[in-house]
Design a protein around this ligand. Sequence first.
Ligand code: GLU
Length: 300
Amino acid sequence: MQGSGYVGRFAPSPTGRLHMGSLIAALASWCDARHRGGQWLVRMEDLDPPREVPGAADDILSTLEGFGLTWDGSVRYQSKRQEAYADALEMLIAEGRAFGCACTRKMLADHAVYPGTCKQGIPGGQDARSYRFIMPEQTIHWQDEIQGPQSAGQEMLDDFVVRRADGFWAYQLAVVVDDVDQGVNAVVRGADLMDSTPGQMALWDVLGAGREAGHWGHLPLLVNAAGQKWSKQTLAEPLEVDRAPYLLMEALQLLGQLPAGGAGEIQASAGVSSILSWAVDHWRMDRVPAGPLYWQGGQS
Ligand code: GLU
């Protein structure tokens, strides 16, 4: 580790090109890391081939570069980490913290959280289809640096899947294995992942070798005029590198970083590197709104 010891990351799934919602996450985590003199890693979460789009991973990296969001070290690809996830699952099973589950999606359709069917052993002669982590039976609390104090009670504490029935590793397991392995101690990401946080904190307790993630900050969601999350599903327009200065200014505005009443000290015409160095110098996490944030799109 270097500098302050802060290690943040941006962990996109290569399911399409980056859009304004992704820029909010990438820019905020980058600014927070750089402002605190920390490292910023990029990890490609390419664990779900059916959802991936050919060329998206390279496109994401060249977009980050075009927006001046440079990362430390080399990019980690989760697709190359199968063994680490298998070791983690083995360890969880050995410690009695995970179990094989034979339930089908249909059998669980009426349950908001896993009803515990296979927790004491798979009933009669069936094979495990998936593996689940056993959530501790306690309320989980954390201080979210953007969303404020949070707690997840029993009703949210699901014995979630760590290895899927289709044989792929679940995001929930891989994200914690890699955050622990890469020394990440600051998770700044979209508020759509808030519901995953209690489960990930519980996994950290087992896999984290005595370390905690430390900082958790969930960024406001970007929504369109209809109130829908700005995403590939709602046809969010991809980020265009030749509009980077304008879009960076829009993102900083949305993140509450520009002085009220307009940019004042910094303008899009200053160019990408000047905008970013201004943003790092002036970064204030406490100015980031909880959201949601309305954004009409990139037409200037
Ligand atoms: N790969 C996840 C996504 O693109 C984000 C993981 C994370 O930041 O924890 O939604």
